[in-house]
Design a protein around this ligand. Structure first.
Ligand SMILES: [Zn+2]
Length: 257
């Protein structure tokens, strides 16, 4: 009996073993009577216990374990996908914010550049004849000046030399100016006035906007002169007598003379 129980409860008998045990049980029952009758219930119980007890539990355990594994894997996959989606979304959001910041910075930079360009446009001053020099200074005396002294400066210039506005402004006079000959007077952006005299020709008209460096005419010898040159004056206002030192005026606006 001891040997017949060995394949029993602690491990699942194979189909072959169960068949052998059953056959042995039947043999014992039929052959040895008492022993067989005692042994038979045990043998009969063994295969049933093995099939309905241990084996199904093991099978169920495997299935559950598989399901748990699958569920855990699915949950893990779902969590991984959710984390990836969140990371993607965060990266996209960050990229959008960065793009918006860069667009804003570009817009601000463009505005700064525009303001700077406008500041330069409004504040740039140039010499009326680039490369020329002052041949007769401000306030120098002489019989030729009706006021008794020179109210401007003379720039050395052969007749026909291009003359340009020293800065941005509006033409307020363009025509004959008596002793000044053909002249142009420009009201500058800051309210000061500049005058260009003895021109051989005038290229602008009253009311016209001019920029720094824009040609307004050609130098000449019209009016009360002994030779071709450009008479240039700067005044605080439109009136004669409000003259400024033209060289100081131009240097004060950054022009090298
Ligand atoms: Zn002069």
């Amino acid at each position: 009996m001891a040997f017949t129980r060995a394949p029993g409860k602690h491990r699942r008998p194979s189909r072959m073993q169960r068949g052998t045990v059953r056959a042995a049980g039947v043999a014992a029952l039929t052959g040895t009577g008492v022993v067989g009758s005692l042994a038979a219930p045990a043998f009969a119980a063994e295969p049933a216990a093995a099939q309905t007890g241990l084996t199904p539990v093991v099978t169920l355990g495997d299935a559950v374990a598989d399901r748990v594994d699958a569920q855990a894997a699915a949950q893990h996959e779902a969590a991984r996908e959710a984390a990836e989606a969140a990371a993607r979304k965060a990266a996209e959001e960050e990229a959008r914010e960065r793009a918006a910041e860069e667009a804003e910075e570009a817009r601000e930079e463009k505005e700064r550049a525009a303001r700077e360009a406008e500041r330069i446009r409004l504040n740039t001053f140039v010499s009326p004849i680039p490369g020329s020099y002052v041949s007769t200074g401000y306030k120098s005396g002489g019989a030729v000046w009706s006021s008794g002294s020179h109210t401007g400066v003379d720039f050395h210039a052969a007749s026909g030399t291009p003359v340009q506005s020293v800065g941005i402004g509006t033409v307020v006079e363009a025509g004959w100016g008596g002793a000044y000959g053909n002249q142009v007077v420009i009201r500058m952006n800051d309210g000061t006035h500049t005058q260009y005299g003895h021109l051989s020709s005038i290229a602008v008209s009253v009311g016209q906007q001019v920029a720094a460096g824009q040609q307004i005419g050609l130098s000449g010898a019209t009016g009360n002169v002994t030779g071709a040159h450009l008479h240039f004056e700067a005044r605080t206002g439109a009136d004669y007598g409000s003259d400024l030192d033209p060289v100081a005026y131009l240097r004060g606006h950054g022009v090298n003379l």
